[in-house]
Write a protein that binds this ligand. Structure first.
Ligand code: NAI
Ligand code: 15L
Length: 271
């Protein structure tokens, strides 16, 4: 039976719209609202039917305020998405998320879905299963910036009642690229299902949820987030044989194989 997407918001804002996940969600999110406002720092063409485009650098408070004006909820994907030098991470991810929540507070936006990352907990071992109550163990400046975003959003919930789902996305790509991603993979359709659940669950509060498909091998336990109502329907398991065939056996002494964050745990230093 086809289940339709509940349309509980009139106008949604999607930041990071020019990026990999932004492109994957653009069409899918039109089912969730009447008007989809798309934003990025870089131009990405013209608005289509049912869309608005507002370009903004997340580090620019005034531009971020204009971007947020008039929307009912936000899906925040924009920012630096990999490990790298601290300067751009500071501007886009740390100053950027502060600007976003200040704009949300001023404009009365009450729900945000924040693209956090598995790199908030990248220094847990691949032999461990963790849940949302485990302390953060970021694996670099990028993971630290996402941990800051999680803490900042908790403050804006406690102080101002803005509900947030911090979605610790694993690896969201068309297919898992390597053996690690067999555990961390999140299909685009499951990402959309998860965002839809975060937008529509009656009481979200401040919630941390791991963004993963229904993979047999997993390091993450989403039992603290049953109230979100996310039911993944895809699985990396169908790619397992092909991934094993094209990748070498893991070197168990390699930190990228020992820790959940994979290669991020040994990236840098950059400055
Ligand atoms: P991406 O790098 O393809 O897209 C990020 C977008 O943010 C880009 O279009 C970029 O122009 C924009 N951006 C960067 N700096 C900005 C600034 N200062 N102001 C405004 N926009 C800015 O990344 P992707 O893969 O689409 O990921 C989207 C989000 O999900 C990111 O926040 C990333 O950290 C998070 N995420 C993604 C995962 C994945 O597997 N794709 C895994 C974990 C987290
Ligand atoms: C992330 O946070 C990145 O945004 C993405 O590009 C992948 O590298 C992913 O984590 C991952 O851990 O596979």
């Amino acid at each position: 039976m086809h289940k339709t997407t509940p349309k509980v918001h009139q106008k949604l804002l999607l930041t990071g719209a020019a990026g990999g996940l932004g492109k994957a969600l653009r069409e899918r999110l039109k089912d969730n609202c009447s008007v989809l406002r798309l934003s990025d720092v870089q131009p990405f063409g013209d608005a289509l039917a049912g869309e608005e485009i507002v370009l903004a650098d997340l580090a620019d408070a005034a531009a971020v305020n204009r971007m947020v004006e008039g929307v009912d909820a936000i899906i925040h994907l924009g920012g630096v998405s990999v490990e790298g030098p601290f300067g751009p991470i500071l501007q886009a991810n740390i100053l950027g998320i502060y600007n976003l929540y200040e704009a949300a507070r001023r404009n009365g936006v009450k729900r945000v879905v924040f693209a956090s990352s598995n790199h908030v907990t990248g220094f847990y071992r691949q032999s461990e299963t963790i849940n949302a109550d485990h302390p953060a163990r970021p694996d670099g400046m990028y993971g630290l910036s996402k941990a800051f975003g999680e803490d900042l959003s908790r403050f804006y919930f406690d102080r101002y009642g803005i509900e947030t789902a911090c979605v610790r996305i694993g690896s969201s790509f068309p297919e898992p690229k390597d053996r690690r991603m067999l555990a961390t993979w999140l299909s685009f359709d499951d990402l959309h299902r998860l965002i839809t659940a975060c937008l529509t669950t009656p009481v979200l509060g401040h919630t941390i949820v791991f963004g993963m498909s229904r993979n047999a091998v997993t390091w993450w336990d989403n039992s603290r987030a049953h109230h979100v109502g996310y039911v993944p329907q895809d699985s990396s398991d169908v790619f397992r044989d092909a991934v094993y065939a094209r990748t070498p056996a893991p070197d168990l002494s390699d930190p990228a194989v020992q820790f959940q964050g994979g290669g991020f745990v040994k990236a840098g230093p950059f400055e």
